[in-house]
Design a protein around this ligand. Structure first.
Ligand SMILES: *[C@@H]1O[C@H](CO)[C@@H](O)[C@H](O)[C@H]1NC(C)=O
Ligand SMILES: *[C@@H]1O[C@H](CO)[C@@H](O)[C@H](O)[C@H]1NC(C)=O
Ligand SMILES: *[C@@H]1O[C@H](CO)[C@@H](O)[C@H](O)[C@H]1NC(C)=O
Ligand SMILES: *[C@@H]1O[C@H](CO)[C@@H](O)[C@H](O)[C@H]1NC(C)=O
Ligand SMILES: *[C@@H]1O[C@H](CO)[C@@H](O)[C@H](O)[C@H]1NC(C)=O
Ligand SMILES: *[C@@H]1O[C@H](CO)[C@@H](O)[C@H](O)[C@H]1NC(C)=O
Ligand SMILES: *[C@@H]1O[C@H](CO)[C@@H](O)[C@H](O)[C@H]1NC(C)=O
Ligand SMILES: *[C@@H]1O[C@H](CO)[C@@H](O)[C@H](O)[C@H]1NC(C)=O
Ligand SMILES: *[C@@H]1O[C@H](CO)[C@@H](O)[C@H](O)[C@H]1NC(C)=O
Ligand SMILES: *[C@@H]1O[C@H](CO)[C@@H](O)[C@H](O)[C@H]1NC(C)=O
Ligand SMILES: *[C@@H]1O[C@H](CO)[C@@H](O)[C@H](O)[C@H]1NC(C)=O
Ligand SMILES: CC(=O)N[C@H]1CO[C@H](CO)[C@@H](O)[C@@H]1O
Length: 828
């Protein structure tokens, strides 16, 4: 009988490269970055510092290091640091120096992607909006006003890093920097000036004299000495523009972002590992995951339009800072396998052959060192003879052979643990009855409909919203009075460049229109009733993140630019209102209630209005106990923004759902991935849970303020905490992993033979029970295992006995159970 053990050989390692010699110039040659005189094979991961909190940084960085990451890269977000020209912000989540130092403290390197254009699904691509108003400016082209500002900011950041001695040439962690970003994808639109701009950017960056190389990503014509690098889901076919430059991959999209109104993309780890292994197989020596931790678009930083508040990205570390398994663990195993090849990879270029259809072998051999990669880029399994030995290669997979003989890792075979995370819902516990605060429950303030501020102004015609608000607020009121002789039914036709709008007639809500990620424009026809005499038409136009990508994205307008027409009047005629005398108000009357909680204001305690537009809500609450990450479930609310203790947790919009089709339950990793291949969450709200960082919460006496635009019932809001309750592990005889090779780096307790890895995600957890164990041919996936046709009767009790006693002391160190010790018992 052929028995496939579910228990087979474990791959584990705990050997992370720690840079030992700082204070060295960084250079490069055709193989790799050269640090302290030595070529390096490096794995990088993107973490954007403002998308988490300084309190979260050390833990996320440590988990990155534990996952085999050598370099952390981040963009630098200009509009975060210089919201007003000449006024800088480097505090809190914007404390770039503190972030770089936190990475250094963990012993990792930094790739500082200054840009300063970031893209990154970040508001206006990272540019401050005030740039747009500099006379004569043209963005991202050979234009003096733009170049002056770009140079000023780039130099400011470089100087700041130099003063803190953060470049590797000064003993710091920064080994690499980026100038511009993905310009090559759109530069054709800028004509011949694009080339001179890129030359200018290259020489400007080089002149800043950092002692470390600069890269430009997606820029085939990057001038020397700038290294042109690749971004994409795959980069094995990429080669730099000179054979004196190394092959580098600055953005490997570990998953994908999602938008309000869109489904949530996932990228299978087998495919991601395949892409990474293929890159190193084909001569790459530096690869970065975009994102390794995506995080959260707090406040109004998300771009788009319509980018969601969550920027989870299906990254190896999730939005809340919890490792995502098996993605994190499988990539960790991959990184270890690649590092075992480092000496061979830096010694020479690969010799690539094709021993069969869709099979590609790459051998790095110089003197005694030899490492090989065997790729099957086809869609069916294959057997390959290589160096006289036979190897099984699953479809769309790569095996890594650090000694050119033994396979230590195959990208399609996951030995890492899987986890089932769950959300525990708690109703909002209101703080009751202290004498200085009688607000048990919710209180509220109505936001006035239409013009209410003294700084409103009037103008004939319809104005572009971004030019008018300078993005100081999401909101712009367009207000008009018209006089009619007689009452009438009519249809109000409104056209807007986006991103959404609400119409009020004579102080009453009349209708809304919303664009989407593919087309932000709104065209609505709203049936209305007008009265004899004076009628007010109040249109609230709103942005949901300013455009961040594309040629001339900076000029893309928003708002109700018209026409606005009254159709279907009783006498059959139409009234074009577009060039009338409109009155404008930038922002809401009470826009500061969010950050300030309006402590000096009288909040109304009487009957709570529900399902009404334009209401501010406030409550006081007790934080969910414990230390698990916290989110607010906004199901029951419409659209708005929320603040906890004065900190904006971002825009919420649980009523904007993903399309009902286009998703898949089981995503086949085989074949080229793209962002629409493995979608989930169809027909459901794009985002209903919103992260509240623990460090923003006090045990009691927390204030939650919401601005609700469309209508909802805040009593339906719940808190949820995210836990990892269950962990699954699987080992299989069919995983051809020679334990010896791994054991040469092993920790004690592993021994030879199939080893099951067990690991709790949090330091203070222990394994409390075994829910399922099977030895034989079990079926299903983590959380839904079933016994197969062949199974051992004793498996559960043996595993219970072995594992529960293994795990008596709380620790998040991985534990190993050697299956061989119980092998005969299991078979009986
Ligand atoms: C770095 O390079 C500069 C000039 O190329 C040289 O003067 C300096 O000594 C180098 N520093 C180190 C630490 O090697
Ligand atoms: C797959 O591998 C074969 C053999 O090396 C190669 O000719 C082919 O270009 C590869 N296909 C892709 C999409 O990389
Ligand atoms: C590969 O070889 C194994 C063992 O000899 C055999 O069971 C399997 O069917 C072969 N697979 C393919 C795709 O030829
Ligand atoms: C915004 O203002 C700029 C100059 O201030 C002008 O060139 C541009 O056309 C305006 N954009 C729109 C969409 O109105
Ligand atoms: C039709 O009705 C509108 C609104 O009452 C009025 O402004 C307009 O003058 C009328 N047109 C004609 C042709 O009577
Ligand atoms: C309405 O008026 C605007 C501004 O005067 C004009 O551009 C537009 O073409 C008019 N639309 C119609 C349908 O008359
Ligand atoms: C435009 O409307 C505003 C507000 O109603 C009013 O104060 C102003 O006088 C109007 N301008 C003209 C030229 O009618
Ligand atoms: C509270 O709201 C009620 C109902 O809308 C209203 O009658 C009352 O005046 C409000 N009180 C305050 C203090 O605003
Ligand atoms: C959010 O709350 C709704 C009910 O209000 C519930 O149906 C949904 O499952 C919750 N979402 C999560 C992820 O817990
Ligand atoms: C994405 O992948 C799916 C599934 O493989 C395929 O049907 C679709 O055409 C691909 N889309 C693009 C834009 O390549
Ligand atoms: C609750 O917090 C508010 C705002 O921080 C503070 O003014 C108030 O004194 C606190 N009340 C109690 C009872 O701690
Ligand atoms: C800048 C860039 O390379 N964008 C690409 C990102 O990936 C999507 C999906 O594969 C492509 O459509 C973009 O062109």
């Amino acid at each position: 009988m052929k028995v496939t053990h579910i228990l087979s050989v474990l791959v584990w390692f705990f050997c992370v490269y720690v840079p030992t010699s700082f204070c060295a110039n960084v250079t490069y040659d055709q193989r790799a970055l050269v640090i302290d005189g030595k070529r390096r094979v490096l794995v990088s991961g993107s973490i954007h510092y403002p998308r988490s909190t300084p309190e979260m940084w050390p833990d996320i960085i440590k988990k990155s290091k534990d996952g085999g990451i050598d370099v952390i890269d981040t963009y630098v977000f200009w509009n975060l640091h210089e919201p007003v020209r000449g006024q800088y912000n480097f505090e809190g989540r914007a404390d770039l120096v503190k972030f770089v130092k936190a990475v250094a403290a963990a012993g990792l390197y930094v790739h500082l992607r200054i840009g300063p254009y970031a893209c990154a699904e970040w508001n206006y691509g990272g540019f401050p909006l005030w740039l747009h108003f500099i006379p004569g400016i043209e963005f991202r082209t050979d234009n003096k006003p733009f170049e002056e500002e770009m140079k000023r900011f780039t130099a400011k950041i470089v100087d700041m890093m130099k003063q803190e001695k953060l470049y590797t040439s000064q003993g710091g962690p920064i080994i690499l920097s980026q100038i511009e970003n993905e310009y090559g994808d759109i530069d054709a639109a800028y004509g011949p000036a694009a080339e001179s701009y890129i030359k200018w950017a290259a020489s400007m960056a080089t002149s800043l004299d950092t002692g470390v190389p600069w890269v430009m990503c997606q820029q085939a014509d990057a001038p020397d000495p700038i290294i042109n690098t690749c971004n994409g889901f795959y980069c094995h076919n990429f080669y730099p523009n000179s054979n004196s430059k190394p092959k580098m991959w600055t953005e490997n999209w570990s998953g994908w972002y999602f938008s309000y109104g869109g489904a949530v993309p996932y990228r299978p780890v087998e495919d991601l590992a395949f892409a990474v292994a293929y890159f190193y197989q084909r001569g790459g020596t530096f690869q970065s995951y975009y994102m390794y931790h995506g995080g959260t678009n707090f406040g109004r930083v998300s771009g788009g339009p319509f980018i969601a508040t969550s920027y989870d990205y299906d990254a190896p570390i999730d939005e809340y800072g919890i490792i995502r398994q098996p993605k994190w663990g499988h990539l960790k195993d991959l990184h270890k396998a690649i590092k075992l090849c480092e000496e061979a990879l830096i010694a020479t270029d690969p010799t690539v052959t094709s021993p069969g259809p869709n099979i590609e072998a790459a051998v790095y051999k110089k003197g005694a060192v030899c490492a090989a990669f065997l790729a099957n880029n086809g869609t069916s399994d294959a057997n390959v003879t290589f160096n006289g030995n036979s190897y099984q290669l699953p479809a769309w997979s790569i095996s890594i052979l650090p000694d050119c003989k033994n396979v230590v890792f195959n990208t399609a075979k996951i030995n890492s643990v899987s986890m089932i995370s769950s959300f525990t819902t708690e109703t909002l516990k209101e703080k009751v009855g202290s004498s200085d605060d009688c607000s048990s429950g919710w209180s509220w303030i109505s936001e006035p409909i239409g013009i209410s501020k003294a700084d409103s102004f009037s103008k004939f015609g319809l104005l572009d919203q971004i030019n008018t608000t300078s993005d100081r607020s999401d909101y712009l009121w367009y207000s008009l009075s018209i006089n009619l002789d007689a009452g009438t039914q009519a249809v109000l036709h409104i056209e807007s460049l986006g991103h959404a709008l609400h119409a009020f007639i004579n102080g009453k809500f009349a209708g809304s229109g919303t664009g989407n990620r593919d087309n932000a424009q709104v065209k609505v026809d709203i049936p209305i009733t007008l009265v004899a005499g004076k009628n007010t038409i109040d249109l609230l136009s709103l942005t949901v993140g300013v455009q961040n990508y594309g040629a001339f994205f900076d000029k893309k307008g928003a708002g109700i630019t018209g026409p606005v027409i009254l159709n279907g009047l009783k006498n059959g005629s139409s009234l074009n209102l577009s060039s009338q005398n409109w009155t404008y108000q930038i922002g809401l009357k009470d826009e500061d209630l969010g950050p300030s909680s309006g402590s000096s204001r009288q909040w109304n305690q009487s009957t709570l209005p529900t399902n009404q537009p334009l209401i501010w809500y406030k409550t006081n609450f007790v934080a969910p106990s414990g230390s698990d990450p916290v989110a607010i479930n906004f199901t029951g609310m419409g659209k708005g923004e929320a603040w906890v203790n004065g900190q904006s947790i971002g825009r919420y919009w649980p009523t904007y759902a993903a399309p009902s089709d286009g998703c898949t339950d089981s995503c086949n990793y085989i074949g080229a991935y793209n962002a629409s291949k493995c979608l989930q969450n169809c027909g459901k709200p794009s985002q209903s849970l919103y992260h509240v960082p623990r460090s923003w919460l006090r045990p009691e006496n927390n204030t939650l303020v919401l601005f609700e635009e469309t209508g909802g019932n805040p009593k339906h809001i719940t808190f949820t905490t995210k836990q990892i309750g269950s962990v699954c592990s699987r080992v299989s005889e069919s995983h051809p992993l020679p334990v010896d090779l791994w054991n040469s780096n092993a920790e004690s307790g592993r021994g030879v033979g199939p080893v099951l890895l067990l690991e709790c995600p949090y330091p203070n957890q222990v394994i409390s029970s075994i829910k399922f164990a099977s030895f034989g041919t079990p079926l299903g996936t983590c959380g839904n295992f079933k016994q197969g046709g062949c199974s051992s009767k004793n498996a559960l009790s043996i595993v219970q006995k072995a594992i529960v006693c293994l795990d008596t002391s709380p620790s998040n160190k991985p534990k190993y159970w050697n299956v061989n010790n119980s092998f005969w018992e299991l078979l009986s």
